[in-house]
Each structure stands twice: as structure tokens, then as C-alpha cells.
Design a protein around this ligand. Structure first.
Ligand code: FAD
Length: 447
């Protein structure tokens, strides 16, 4: 069961699309991307008819099941961004991402938003070497300690007391939030602004100016598939984004004496510097919610509810959590779930709008979509209504990402990367030196 969704009061689904209809903009998918876009469109032009069709209910996808890191993380390196957009592009993109964290907070949507920053623990000499490089690189671009800072073990201990800590890379630009409350609150804000949301309405085909659903066709000048990790299921979009699973668990609420030993009083989000990503947050009701990668990618970009339960990965996550915080030994894990995220071939998210065809797009956030989807929504609203702002000049705007290889190459490639990251962590733990194969992987993507 998904902790976040279980904690929401029960609500009946919104009515499905009653039949053929017309709109100015049709959004497919009621996650953060679709809903922020719809909301900002209505704010910019209240006369626009904006219809959202959602296969399940708002927030059923990654938006209602993620780790709740509202961060300024972006999966593409500054170096890679600078190749297309120069130094100014890097600075503008980072500023926009950091501002998006605050934008989500300023929205006022009740979602247990707590901006405590983020702590990436450094727990081996190899991680320390990488952490030093990251922070030196940040300084090279002119970013200060608010963006990235390296602190020693004594400085991190009062904020987060974990095992084998040599130091930490910290940032101020991150908030912890309740993902499903944000998704549900956003849907309500959209309706208050006049957006029409049809749940239980699956789009079966997209055509220029048309979204064909199981219940009728929405004819609209602008069509936005906001389907992220589900995009590959739409005809013609199979190779746009690879759905990669991320799995999570949550403990029972922890007593105050345990929190006194762990810390996180400001609800800073936390991770460590390993390659195979893990992420955690102290929830508003005092649990530890913790997740990570490592689940397999499925042939043909298939997505199934059964893929969200991988006992081997959930057990590994539970072991990692106890290894980080031995005080958690024996604490019950009450929830285990998972979801998929959309990975573009070059790990470079993008957002855009082609006025000649009416096709809009946004996504490919890898695992960093909570704040970035807000940026995508504001940017798309400007692109579609023709506002000439700084947002529409950001380096991720109007990029067309290369498509993934056909199968079986996609299956081999995506799963090989997971294996490579897991091995790199083992090699680093054994040798104390940064993994050369992991560094080579990033270089092969141009990062
Ligand atoms: C376990 C997990 C942990 C994560 N942790 C973090 C984190 O801590 N921080 C962070 O920044 N990011 C995180 N992410 C990523 C983040 O959640 C996503 O990037 C973000 O939610 C994407 O929002 P979206 O609206 O683009 O996609 P989604 O929220 O996936 O929404 C897509 C919607 O489209 C609907 N849909 C799909 N196909 C159709 C169709 N044919 N017709 C109609 N509707 C359709 C789906 O039902 C879904 O509601 C995590 C993701 C997962 C899975």
C-alpha cells in the first residue's frame, strides 16, 4: 500500500469524459506536470477552455507516490547544459530550479511543505573524493554554499546522525513534502480556476488537434501528453521515455527518543553519495520514508502494478536504512510500494510547444520531477499563451531528445546501467577509490 495515498481522505473519482467535446488545450495525465500546466494556463488566460483527461485519478502516477523531495536537482550536469547554452544558460537554469522549490511552497497548497534543505552523507573515501569535486565544480560556476556545500562529520552530526559519516554535501534548496497531498490539492486548485478534469478516462491515441479516449474525443488546438513514466504506452511514443521503477518503504511512526538519536528536526531530506540512488525524508507524522533504485526495467517498456513489489529491492532498502541508522533495527516497516519515472535517452529533460502542430511536451525528469514539473507547467503556460519571458529561454526549452533504441537494446542498456551502478558502489566500498566505469558512463552521456 502506498503510504501517501492511504493517508488521504477517501474521495469518489471525478466523472469520466461524457462524450466528444471541444477545448483549447487538452492535457493527458493529472500528475504535477499536467496540473501545474493547466493551473497556470487558466491563471494567464481565464477564458481558455482547459480539459485534463486522466486514466485513473489525479496523483495516481509518480506524483502521488514519490519521495517528496521538492528539490532543485536536475539530472543533467552543468557541463552538459553549458555545451548548448553556455555559462549564462547554466546560471539561469539553476536559478529557475531553485526558485521552483519556493514556488511550490508559495502556492499555499497544503502538503506538509518543510524547507529544511538536503543532506547527502559522505560515507567512504571514494564518496569524499567525488563530493569534493562536486562542490569545487559548483564554486567554479559561481554557486555558493546555499547551492552546494561540503561540511565535516562534526557539522552534520547534530542535523543527522548516521553511521560511518565522514561529512556531507548540503544544499538549502530542498523541501520535504507529502506528494499525494500536493497532487490532490493541485487538482482542487485547478478546478477552482475553471479547469475541467475527467478521471477514469484513458487516452488511447493522440493525433494533431485530437485526443482520442475510451469515452470520446477531445478536439483541442493544443495537446499535451503529461504521462511521464507511462508515455511509452501511447501509440507512437514507445521510445520517448524509458519507464524505470523506483521503490519505497515507510516505517511506523517513530517515538521521540528515536528521533532524538537520528535528528532531522528541520525535516531536511537525506541521501548518501552512492551511485545507485537512495533517498529519504522524515514525514510530518514522524515516520521515515525511504526509497531507491535497483528494480529491473521491463522489456518493451512495460508498466504493471506487479512491478512495484520487488521483495529483493525492498529488503535491500530496509537493510540500508538500518545500516544508516542502527537504532531502527526491529522497527516495523508498515508500507512498501513503487512507481515509475520517465528517463530520456540522454538524461536531459525537456519542455516545449510547436505552434504549427499544436503539440506540447514536458518531462523526462528521471527522478527529479517534483519541483521541475512546476517549472515545466509555468514554462508551458508561457509558451502556449505567447508570453516572452525568461522561462521560455531556459536551456531545456524546445530541446528534442533523441529516441531510445528499439528492443532488445533498450532492455540491455537500461538494466546494464543499474548493474553498473550497483557494482560501482561495491568497488568503491572495497577500494576506497571513485569508480572509473561509473565516471565513464556519465562521460558517454556527455555529462
Ligand atoms: C517512487 C518514486 C519516488 C520519486 N521521488 C522523487 C522525489 O523525491 N523528488 C522528485 O523530484 N521526484 C521524484 N520522483 C519523480 C517524480 O515523482 C515525477 O518526476 C513526477 O511526479 C512526474 O509528474 P508527471 O505529472 O510528469 O507524471 P505522473 O505523476 O506519473 O503523472 C502521469 C499521469 O498520467 C496518467 N496517464 C498515463 N497514461 C495515460 C493515458 N493514456 N490516458 C490518461 N492518463 C494517463 C497516469 O495515470 C498519471 O496520473 C519519484 C518517482 C517515483 C516513482
Amino acid at each position: 500500500m502506498i503510504l501517501w495515498q492511504e493517508q488521504l481522505p477517501a474521495a469518489a473519482p471525478r466523472p469520466a469524459l461524457p462524450g466528444d467535446t471541444q477545448a483549447d488545450v487538452c492535457v493527458v495525465g493529472a500528475g504535477y506536470t499536467g496540473l501545474w500546466t493547466a493551473l497556470h494556463l487558466k491563471r494567464l488566460d481565464p477564458a481558455l477552455r482547459v480539459v485534463v483527461v486522466e486514466r485513473d485519478v489525479a496523483g495516481a502516477g509518480a506524483s502521488g507516490r514519490n519521495g517528496g523531495w521538492c528539490s532543485a536537482l536536475f539530472p543533467t550536469s552543468w557541463h552538459r547544459i553549458s555545451r548548448d547554452a553556455g555559462r549564462e544558460g547554466v546560471l539561469a537554469m539553476q536559478r529557475a530550479l531553485e526558485d521552483s522549490v519556493d514556488e511550490v511552497g508559495r502556492s499555499g497548497i497544503p502538503c506538509d511543505f518543510a524547507k529544511g534543505g538536503s543532506i547527502a552523507l559522505v560515507r567512504s573515501p571514494a564518496q569524499l573524493a567525488r563530493a569534493r569535486e562536486q562542490v569545487a565544480e559548483a564554486r567554479g560556476w559561481g554557486f555558493g554554499p546555499d547551492t552546494l556545500d561540503l561540511v565535516d562529520a562534526a557539522a552534520v552530526q547534530p542535523r543527522l546522525a548516521a553511521s560511518r559519516v565522514l561529512g556531507a554535501v548540503t544544499t538549502e534548496h530542498c523541501a520535504a513534502l507529502h506528494p499525494a497531498k500536493l497532487a490532490r490539492g493541485l487538482a482542487v486548485a485547478c478546478e477552482d480556476a475553471g479547469v475541467v478534469i475527467h478521471e477514469q478516462t484513458e487516452a488511447v491515441r493522440l493525433e494533431p488537434g485530437k485526443v482520442v479516449t475510451e469515452h470520446g474525443t477531445v478536439t483541442a488546438e493544443v495537446v499535451l501528453p503529461a504521462t511521464e513514466g507511462y508515455t511509452a504506452q501511447l501509440p507512437g511514443h514507445r521510445r520517448d521515455l524509458a519507464p524505470v521503477y523506483s521503490l519505497m518503504l515507510a516505517t511506523a511512526p517513530l517515538p521521540q527518543d528515536v528521533w532524538d538519536q537520528i535528528g532531522l528536526a528541520d525535516r531536511a531530506t537525506f541521501t548518501d553519495e552512492r551511485h545507485l540512488t537512495v533517498y529519504g525524508q522524515r514525514t510530518a507524522d514522524g515516520r521515515l520514508a525511504f526509497g531507491g533504485r535497483g528494480a529491473p526495467y521491463h522489456f518493451g517498456s512495460r508498466v504493471r502494478p506487479s512491478y512495484e513489489q520487488v521483495p529483493r529491492v525492498h529488503e535491500a532498502l530496509a537493510r540500508t536504512l538500518t545500516e544508516l541508522f542502527p537504532v531502527l533495527d526491529g522497527v516495523p516497516v508498515t508500507h512498501r510500494w513503487g512507481g515509475n519515472l520517465g528517463v530520456p535517452r540522454d538524461w536531459f529533460p525537456s519542455v516545449g510547444f510547436d505552434r504549427t502542430t499544436g503539440a506540447a511536451w514536458a518531462g523526462g525528469y528521471v527522478g527529479d520531477g517534483v519541483a521541475t514539473a512546476n517549472l515545466a507547467g509555468r514554462t508551458l503556460a508561457h509558451l502556449i499563451t505567447g508570453v516572452n519571458s525568461e522561462l521560455v529561454r531556459l536551456p531545456w526549452v524546445r530541446r528534442r531528445t533523441q529516441r531510445w533504441e528499439p528492443e532488445p537494446l533498450r532492455w540491455i542498456g537500461v538494466n546494464a546501467v543499474t548493474l553498473l551502478m550497483r557494482r560501482a558502489d561495491r568497488v568503491e566500498a572495497r577500494t576506497g577509490r571513485p569508480s572509473r566505469s561509473a565516471a565513464l558512463f556519465w562521460r558517454s552521456l556527455g555529462h
